[in-house]
Design a protein around this ligand. Structure first.
Ligand SMILES: NC(=O)C1=CN([C@@H]2O[C@H](COP(=O)(O)OP(=O)(O)OC[C@H]3O[C@@H](n4cnc5c(N)ncnc54)[C@H](OP(=O)(O)O)[C@@H]3O)[C@@H](O)[C@H]2O)[C@@H](O)CC1
Ligand SMILES: Nc1ncnc2c1ncn2[C@@H]1O[C@H](COP(=O)(O)OP(=O)(O)O)[C@@H](O)[C@H]1O
Length: 291
């Protein structure tokens, strides 16, 4: 075990981009989302919902047709046309071993753009095809598969294997669990804000959406300094855990309830940072990051 600092509210508050007066939907950041599949369309809905509730300029959802319909039913503000994005979220609800041909084609197209990537679920392997900044969000089974190492070894020491993966692949790794570790192979932080009730299907899909929104709203900063991904990923995990705590209230929670709690968690972080009321943005704009 390491002795990493536990990521807290004051750390997370530095990674919220508060829109300024001159911002518009594009300057705030657009997240491109390629998630879901025939078998797991729900993952798309959860990721998009979480991203929108974290705050960003726009979501472009480019997954399979059925998932598009479900996403639009839940969130008509989502755009399903291709166009420029400031970050991609790829892989939640995709099958690692058998990616659909259409998904493969969309991923290849996404890789033509040089923006940060958030890779989850069935797209963790895409990291090695990217030339830009990448953060992956595996659970221990997925990391075992990616590294071709026994799952039991990863479960025994997730922190060590996350660092190993980050160094081997030259990326940032967030390994999920009761304690979540985030590392780029140099800096490592731990996040433990989540209640045990969070161990439920779809929780990881929501985390992907929260992280996607944070990365899209800090895209320029991440391109200039990929080490920002550690703070952004730790902040996503912190918000996720706090939102789960609110949704849980000491009992079971559903993932849509978690998503519904996200804006209040973000508002609380901003409020504490400003020393004033929630939503009292000071015009720091889309480029705000660590102070
Ligand atoms: N609503 C949606 O759209 C959702 C979509 N989701 C999406 O699904 C995708 C796959 O994610 P995942 O984490 O489930 O897959 P994966 O890492 O392959 O793990 C499988 C491992 O679990 C084990 N296992 C299975 N059943 C078990 C049991 N009863 N009791 C004990 N063990 C059991 C199984 O073991 P085996 O049966 O092989 O022995 C195998 O080792 C991913 O893209 C995610 O985003 C999810 O987020 C959920 C909501
Ligand atoms: N025992 C636990 N206590 C707190 N959080 C947990 C626990 N188990 C899992 N989680 C969190 O729940 C989420 C599960 O994600 P994941 O395994 O990808 O699920 P899914 O694929 O069903 O979305 C992660 O954010 C993880 O940190």
């Amino acid at each position: 075990m390491g002795t990493d600092a536990i990521w807290g509210a004051s750390d997370a508050a530095r990674f919220i981009a508060v829109p300024g007066r001159d911002d518009d939907k594009y300057s705030r950041g657009v997240l491109g989302v390629i998630t879901g599949s025939v078998h797991y369309p729900g993952a798309s809905v959860l990721g998009v919902e979480a991203a929108l509730r974290t705050g960003l300029g726009m979501v472009r959802y480019l997954g399979p047709e059925r998932a598009q319909e479900l996403v639009l039913q839940r969130r008509p503000e989502v755009v399903t046309a291709e166009g420029r994005v400031q970050a991609w979220l790829i892989g939640s609800g995709m099958d690692f071993a058998h990616r659909e041909d259409a998904a493969e084609a969309r991923i290849a197209e996404a890789l033509q753009t040089t923006v940060p990537l958030v890779l989850d679920g069935g797209a963790l392997d895409v990291a090695e095809r990217s030339s830009g900044p990448v953060v992956i969000t595996p659970h221990f089974r997925e990391l075992g598969r990616l590294l071709d190492e026994p799952v039991e070894s990863i479960a025994d020491d997730p922190r060590k294997w996350a660092i190993e993966a980050a160094q081997r692949l030259g990326i940032t790794v967030l390994i999920k669990g009761h304690t979540t570790y985030v590392t780029d192979g140099v800096a490592t932080v731990a996040v433990a804000s989540a209640p045990v009730w969070l161990a439920t299907a779809g929780a990881g899909d929501a985390l992907g959406g929260i992280l996607g929104a944070l990365v899209a709203t800090h895209s320029d900063g991440v391109m200039a300094d990929p080490s920002l991904l550690v703070g952004l990923a730790a902040t996503a995990s912190f918000i996720h855990g706090r939102a789960a705590e609110r949704a849980s209230g000491g009992g079971p929670l559903t993932i849509l309830d978690l998503c519904e709690s996200v804006p209040a968690v973000v508002a609380e972080l901003v409020s504490n940072r400003n020393g004033s009321g929630p939503g009292n943005g000071s015009g720091s704009g889309s480029g705000s990051g660590p102070a």
